[in-house]
Design a protein around this ligand. Structure first.
Ligand code: ATR
Length: 282
């Protein structure tokens, strides 16, 4: 990387940030397109969030990614929030040009799935009702899914999220149930999305949220878990002849969207995917 007097700075704020895969992914992309940008990670203690945003603005930093624990709190320091990010209630990307916040996590999942199948008019099941599920649920609805079923261990949380998604008027068929009842929904589903940590390193050999016997071969199965690449759920999908979508693709496309917001250029996704795989040692 060639940092010069003219180099534009973008970066990540979180706490902690040292294990982030985003710096190499974005820096390789800048290099590939010969853009005079550099991406760095800043560990920001929550008590310093306000001054970090003000300071970044003063320093003419161009953009930030925002990760845990700042995604919600940061919204109050921005001038404008993208409508879907507003519905989600969390921001993972800031454009300092207009002090505007976006959420590219959900769009990352949608783009990953749309590499394999269109979401429009589909029947979608999503497992989990936390932050990731929330981001993905609103985007799935915006991309024209016909029906969304939110399944969670804690059914009350699924009910709350289902209500919020319905209230958005982006979709009019949203239901919820216990994750234990997943088999009731798989026959009718076109797309299954896992946002729970089931199967995540180091607990890789746990029982999957659904097994191959209950999956049909036209089902698309996306697991947001990216470590390991081949999760227990993805293994079941492959065994069933269903279409797997790997978690790394969500990381890739959320990054690609942020890149476009900051630079205005389409991201070189092949370069970014290679950098991600190197970082994740895949
Ligand atoms: P994220 O930002 O990754 O979505 P989160 O907001 O903490 O993380 O949400 C984690 C989700 O995974 C929740 O829906 C959680 O279910 P509960 O609401 O019942 O806690 C789900 N989850 C976590 N561990 C789980 C497990 N072992 N089995 C099933 N669901 C699990």
């Amino acid at each position: 990387m060639n940092i010069k007097g003219s180099t534009n700075i973008v970066g990540l704020i979180g706490h902690p940030v040292e294990h982030s895969f985003s710096p190499p992914m974005h820096n390789e992309a800048f290099k590939a397109l010969n853009l005079d940008y550099a991406y760095v990670a800043f560990d920001v203690n929550p008590i310093n969030l306000k001054t970090a945003i003000e300071g970044a603005q003063s320093l003419n930093i161009k953009g930030f990614n925002v990760t845990i624990p700042h995604k919600i709190e940061v919204m109050k320091y921005l001038d404008e929030i993208d409508p879907i990010a507003e519905l989600i209630g969390a921001v993972n990307t800031i454009d300092f040009k207009n002090m505007k916040g976006y959420n590219t996590d959900g769009i990352g999942a949608v783009k990953a799935i749309e590499e394999v199948t269109s979401i429009k008019n589909k029947n979608v099941i999503i497992a989990g009702a936390g932050g990731a599920s929330r981001a993905i649920s609103f985007y799935i609805s915006q991309y024209g899914a016909d029906k969304l079923t939110i399944l969670n261990r804690n059914v009350g949380k699924a009910e709350k999220l289902a209500g919020d998604v319905l209230n958005s008027n982006l979709i009019n068929n949203v239901s919820y149930d216990s994750l234990l009842n997943i088999n009731k929904y798989l026959d009718e589903a076109d797309i299954l999305i896992n946002t729970t940590p089931v199967g995540m390193h180091p607990n890789v050999n746990v029982s999957p949220i659904a097994s191959s016997n209950d999956m049909h071969s036209e089902l698309t199965v996306f697991d947001a878990v990216y470590n390991p690449n081949e999760t227990v759920l993805i293994k079941e999908a492959v065994k069933a002849g269903a279409k797997p979508v790997y978690g790394i693709k969500m990381l890739l496309y959320q990054g690609a969207e942020s890149f476009k917001i900051w630079t205005g250029y389409d991201a070189p996704v092949n370069v970014m995917e290679k950098a991600l795989k190197n970082t994740l040692k895949m």
